[in-house]
Structures are given as C-alpha cells and as structure tokens.
Design a protein around this ligand. Structure first.
Ligand code: HEC
Length: 193
C-alpha cells in the first residue's frame, strides 16, 4: 500500500511539473548573438516595465507615431532609408520587404535596438519609451502597410507575457553631439557587411 502511494505521488509530481511548464506564459527572448551582452547594458534596462510602456503606446498611438517618426528621421533613416529612397547601408534591414532575423514582435525589436545585432548598432542615445515609439512607427508606417507577413499582432496574451518591471527608465538621455554619432567599437560591425 505504501509503495502504491509513493508511485501515485511520483506520477502526481510529474503531472504538476508538466502543467506548470505548459502554463508558463512568460516571454522567451530571441536566442541570437547580440552585439552587447546583458552585463554591458545600463542598470535600468533590468527593470523596465515593457508591458506598461507598450500599453501606454496602444492608448496614445498618434503621439507615439509622431515621436517615432521624428526619431526614425534623425536616427535610423540614414542607414535604413525609405521605400522610395534607399539608405546608405544596402545591408540595413528593409522593413517594407525583409523578414526579421532577431524577431518581429516589439519586445524582440527592442532587444535589437538596445543590444545591437550584426551591422545594426545599439541605440544607446534612446530611452526605452523612445525605442518603443520608433518601433511603433516602423510597424505602422512600413511593416503593416507593405510587409504584412512580418507584422506581429499585439494582443492581451502577448502583453501578459512581457516583463513587468518597476521602471520606465530615464526620461531623457543626455545627448552630446559627439557621443550620439560615435558608435565607437560598434561601427566596425557596419563594415563587415
Ligand atoms: C549605422 C547604420 C544603422 C543605423 C543608424 C540603424 N540601423 Fe537598424 N540595421 C542596420 C543594419 C546593417 C541591419 C541588418 C543587421 C543584420 O542583419 O546583420 C539593421 C537591422 C535592423 C533591424 C532588423 C533586425 C532583425 O530582426 O533582423 C531593425 C528592427 C532595425 N535595424 C531597426 C533600427 C531602428 C529603429 C533604428 C533607429 C533607431 C536603426 N535600426 C538604426 C543598420 C543601422
């Protein structure tokens, strides 16, 4: 009898583990080789409220779009260009036709912007909200209109899977001309392609 109970217990624990694993709704970040590893990031990146920032953007889409457009036209357009005007780096991702290597959902794109990937330098001059605003802009302006297969639909399940940190990060990052344009060691990555 004792033996039988033990067996039941073992089977029950397996079941609990399986159910727990299936219920795990938390986000698994893309497993690619980013330029910066986590230890190189500013400390605030560990506690960002990704879900909160995205929720705010979903409610104020126009404002996010306008801010994102400004950022795109000053920080991204040089390399990435537009559908009408190719950017200076032919290898730079074309939102209107390419498929993402890192990932197409906003949190994955956030990783690309924060940590850098291949010829794409980390965007150290942007705050977390600015990064999500420019992500909103490229999604709505280029991907949704011209590259639907690469468009990720944000729903409540997705939002619930994102990290809920306590911070929105700094409200602005001091911009010094020389610093903003200097990709330092990361610039070399743009030559490799
Ligand atoms: C110095 C040039 C340069 C700048 C500036 C730049 N990018 Fe990129 N970006 C690239 C290159 C090159 C790639 C292709 C990387 C690869 O596949 O190796 C890329 C790739 C990407 C990708 C696709 C990643 C994937 O999953 O495949 C996204 C998204 C992206 N950039 C967004 C941005 C945004 C938004 C900005 C402005 C805030 C920006 N980039 C600024 C050069 C640049």
């Amino acid at each position: 009898m004792a033996m039988k109970n033990k067996k039941h217990l073992i089977i029950l624990s397996y079941l609990i583990i399986i159910v727990a694993a299936c219920n795990n709704n938390s986000y698994t970040p893309p497993n690619v080789a980013f330029t910066m590893d986590e230890s190189m990031l500013p400390a605030y990146e560990k506690d960002i409220d990704h879900k909160g920032i995205l929720n705010t953007i979903q409610r104020n889409q126009e404002e996010a779009f306008m801010d994102g457009k400004k950022i795109y036209n000053s920080n991204c357009i040089n390399c990435h260009g537009t559908p009408k005007q190719e950017g200076s780096l032919p290898t730079a991702f074309k939102y209107w036709k390419d498929s993402f290597k890192v990932g197409k959902d906003p949190y994955a794109i956030y990783q690309t912007l924060t940590r850098g990937y291949g010829g794409m330098p980390p965007q150290t001059a942007l705050t977390p909200t600015e990064k999500y605003n420019v992500i909103h802009y490229i999604r709505e302006e280029f991907i949704l209109k011209q590259n639907k297969a690469a468009y990720f639909n944000i729903d409540s399940n997705y939002l619930a899977s994102l990290p809920v940190g306590k911070s929105k990060g700094p409200s602005s990052i001091k911009k010094e001309g020389w610093l903003e344009m200097d990709y330092g060691n990361f610039l070399i990555n743009t030559y490799d392609h």
